[in-house]
Design a binder for this molecule. Structure first.
Ligand SMILES: [Zn+2]
Length: 326
């Protein structure tokens, strides 16, 4: 992204709900790093003064051939490909991917940084019709990554879970239904959904992942409606108690900030947010319609390699980045 000022007028980013997670970060960090924030009635205008990654929230997947527009999160299928059976929308939302590493809240075991810089590529919301294409690119570059998957109890879905594992990548739990209104009702409801996916994965690939990503990230506010304001803290605590480690991200590809994000925006966002960091967890999406993520991926890999990163998959003891303070 250029150094030019960029004004982002945040309106109804996922069609149904204004994603306001970012406001927490901005408030925490103060305005000095991000430029100025001007709040107007119902609209937040954020002005960036430095090359920074676009923050935003995801848009639900759109049927092929339809122009991007506001879509109700309740009505758009997450996996319209038939790979998954769920009928919930993706409402992935972003935290501020410019947060410096010193601000991460690491509550796992001590992490020993190997020499060099590590990139953890993560793909959320699969399996989809893009999964095998992503796998093909990763194989071509000899790169391992992490797939935070949802429930897809179909023959195609099961085959893709197996392929992810067979090709050496990590599987993480991203809940079975990805349905905010269902999973964020209570810690018990969340764990029930997580275990449903665990069971499917265990039947399919032979183990239950101990790594997890919350739909929307650990600081999402969409959970407030079904579960109240303190719900994410309760859910995160339960998840830890049950032996999972959860991972947010410190680099957003911004590929969910638009139905089909510009390829150059994805590349620039990853590179600019990676600058100055030794460990990066990169948020990307495994979604049938996110064709530009696929187009950007080889270039992102090459440029991160040129910047000195090597690629690893996440495991429970890996470096993590968590938006929610313990
Ligand atoms: Zn998601």
């Amino acid at each position: 992204m250029s150094k030019a000022k960029e004004a982002i007028i945040r309106t109804d980013c996922n069609g149904a709900t204004v994603c306001d997670e970012e406001e927490d970060f901005l408030a925490k960090r103060g305005e000095h790093e991000m430029g100025s924030m001007i709040r107007t009635t119902g609209v937040l205008v954020t002005i960036f003064f430095s090359g920074s990654s676009l923050i935003g929230c995801s848009t639900p997947e759109l049927p092929i051939g339809k122009a991007p527009k506001s879509v109700s999160i309740e009505t758009v299928p997450l996996s319209p490909t038939g790979i998954g059976k769920t009928s919930t929308a993706s409402t992935e939302t972003y935290g501020n991917d410019e947060i410096v590493e010193s601000q991460h809240f690491y509550t796992g075991p001590p992490h020993v940084l190997s020499s060099g810089k590590i990139a953890y590529l993560t793909f959320d919301d699969g399996p989809s019709e893009s999964t095998s294409k992503i796998l093909h690119i990763l194989k071509k570059f000899g790169v391992t990554a992490t797939f935070f998957v949802i429930g897809a109890d179909t023959s195609e879905g099961r085959a893709l879970y197996k392929q992810i594992v067979a090709e050496g990548h990590a599987l993480g739990n991203h809940t079975y239904t990805h349905d905010y209104n269902r999973i964020y009702k209570s810690p018990e409801a969340f764990m029930k959904d997580v275990r449903r996916l665990d069971q499917l994965l265990e039947e399919t690939v032979g183990y239950r992942p101990d790594i997890l990503r919350f739909p929307g990230g650990s600081n999402n506010h969409l959970s407030w409606k079904p579960g109240g304001r303190g719900i994410m803290r309760k859910v995160a605590s339960e998840v830890k108690k049950e032996g999972y480690q959860y991972f947010d991200w410190n680099v957003s590809s911004t590929d969910a900030a638009a139905p089909v994000q510009a390829r150059e925006m994805i590349i620039d966002s990853v590179l600019s947010a990676s600058r100055g960091k030794k460990s990066i967890i990169v948020l990307m999406h495994d979604n049938t319609y996110k064709t530009t993520t696929l187009e950007a991926l080889p270039i992102v890999i090459k440029k991160l390699q040129a910047a000195g990163f090597h690629f690893e998959k996440l495991k429970k003891s890996s470096f993590t980045f968590q938006f929610l303070e313990p």
